[in-house]
Design a protein around this ligand. Structure first.
Ligand code: SAH
Length: 356
C-alpha cells in the first residue's frame, strides 16, 4: 500500500505519472492533504473521474490518504493543553500534545512507537520500543491536530515518545515537509528536536538542519549520575557529548537547550548545580547554552520524586550566580499526564473511550 502522507511532492508526481495521470495532480492532492482533507471526494479541483478512481484505489487498499486517526482527546482544565491519542493503521497508538503559548500554538510530537533508550525516570521507556514512525505518521500528528482544533500550529517540538535521532531518515523527511511552504510552512527556527545524546545524530542534524533548534536531555552533571539515569551515556559519555555540542554551536551559531529534570536526592544539590556550571563552562565556555530546569513529573514505576519548588528555585539561583542562563519550565498539562515523560500508551485510555 502507498501512503500518500509518506510521499514527498516528487514521489507523488511519479505516482500520478505511473497511473497515467498528469504530474501536476500531485501538487493539488498535496495541498488538500496538508489542509487535512481525508476523502478524495472532497478534492474539488480534481475531475470527477479521477476522484472516483482514487477513492476506488483507497477502498481496495492500494493507497491511503491518512495514516492515523484521533482515537481520544483529553483537555487540561487549567491551561488549554490537549493530549491526543492517535491510532495508526497497524493498530499501534501514539500520543501528541497541543499547547497554547503567548507566542503561538505548539505541538509536541512522537517519533517512535515506544522507545529503546531506557532512561529510567521516563514513562516512554516502559514497554520498550516497537517501531519507528514514518515521516507521514509524524506529519499526520500535526495535520490531525490542526483539523481538530481549527488552529494553525506554528511551533513543533519533537519531544514526545521516542528518540528522534534513532529514526533520522524519517525525521529528516518529516522536517522538510513541515518546513515546506507548500507543506505546513513552519519555519525551521520554530522547530526543536530533542535527543538523549546520540552523537552521530547531533552531527548530522548540524549539517542538514542548521536552522532548527536542538535540545539535549542532560539531566546529570557527571558521568556517574548520567550512566545511571540515561543508559545511552555509556555509549556516548559526557566528554564526547559536550565536544559534539561545541561542534554544533560552532557550525550553526545556535544556542543549545539542555533539559535537566530535578530528581530529589539524585541530581539536585547545589554541588550538582556547580558541577553542571563547570561542565558547561568547560564544554562550551558558557556560550550558546541554556538550561531548562524541569520539575520531575513523577512516574509511578520509577520510584523517583521531584525536587520541590524551593529546591528547584535554589538550584536555579545557583546557576544564575554562576552566570548560566536557565529557566524553570512551566508545567503544562500535568493533570492529564501530558507533561514530559508521561506520554505512554495506557491501555485503559483506549479501552474506556466509550465510557467518556
Ligand atoms: N528521546 C528524546 C525526546 C523525548 S523526551 C530525548 O530524550 O530528548 C522529552 C524530554 O522529557 C526529555 O528531556 C526527557 O528526558 C524528559 N523527561 C522524561 N521523563 C521525564 C520525567 N519523568 N519528568 C521530567 N522530564 C522527563
Amino acid at each position: 500500500m502507498k501512503n500518500f502522507k509518506d510521499m514527498g511532492k516528487k514521489e507523488l508526481g511519479l505516482f500520478f505519472e505511473e497511473i497515467g495521470e498528469k504530474k501536476f495532480r500531485a501538487a493539488q492532492v498535496y495541498a488538500w492533504m496538508m489542509r487535512g482533507i481525508q476523502d478524495f471526494k472532497d478534492m474539488t479541483d480534481l475531475s470527477e473521474s479521477l476522484r472516483e478512481r482514487l477513492s476506488e484505489m483507497q477502498n481496495s487498499g492500494k493507497i491511503a490518504l491518512t495514516c492515523a486517526q484521533i482515537d481520544k482527546v483529553q483537555s487540561s482544565t487549567s491551561d488549554g493543553t490537549r493530549k491526543y491519542l492517535l491510532k495508526l493503521l497497524d493498530g499501534n497508538f501514539i500520543e501528541s500534545v497541543f499547547m497554547k503559548y503567548k507566542y503561538g500554538n505548539s505541538v509536541c510530537i512522537s517519533s517512535q512507537v515506544g522507545c529503546k533508550m531506557g532512561c529510567i525516570f521516563c514513562a516512554s521507556a516502559i514497554g520498550g520500543h516497537m517501531r519507528n514512525l514514518t515521516s507521514g505518521e509524524m506529519l499526520e500528528q500535526l495535520i490531525a491536530i490542526e483539523r481538530d482544533t481549527k488552529e494553525k500550529i506554528n511551533h513543533i517540538v519533537v519531544m514526545g515518545t521516542g528518540e528522534p535521532f534513532d529514526n533520522f531518515e524519517n525525521l529528516a523527511k518529516f522536517l522538510r515537509t513541515a518546513n515546506d511552504e507548500k507543506g505546513l510552512g513552519i519555519s525551521m527556527r520554530n522547530i526543536t528536536v530533542s535527543t538523549c545524546g546520540l552523537i552521530p545524530g547531533i552531527k548530522r542534524f548540524a549539517e542538514d538542519f542548521p536552522n532548527a533548534g536542538l535540545a539535549i536531555s542532560l539531566h546529570a552533571p557527571n558521568n556517574e549520575i548520567r550512566n545511571r539515569l540515561l543508559p545511552i551515556n555509556k555509549s556516548y559519555p559526557l566528554e564526547e557529548l559536550m565536544s559534539a555540542c561545541k561542534d554544533y554551536t560552532e557550525k550553526t551559531g545556535r544556542r543549545i537547550t539542555f533539559e535537566y529534570a530535578l530528581i530529589k536526592g539524585i541530581n539536585d544539590s547545589l554541588a550538582h548545580a556547580d558541577e553542571l556550571a563547570n561542565l558547561l563552562y568547560r564544554g562550551l565556555g558558557n556560550r550558546l547554552c541554556h538550561v531548562n530546569l524541569i520539575p520531575l513529573n513523577e512516574v509511578s514505576e520509577s520510584g523517583f520524586s521531584g525536587s520541590g519548588a524551593k529546591h528547584t528555585a535554589d538550584f536555579h539561583d545557583r546557576l544564575t550566580k554562576r552566570k548560566i542562563s536557565s529557566t524553570i519550565r512551566r508545567k503544562l498539562g500535568a493533570d492529564i499526564d501530558a507533561a514530559c515523560g508521561q506520554l505512554r500508551m495506557k491501555t485503559e485510555f483506549s479501552k474506556n473511550k466509550d465510557n467518556v
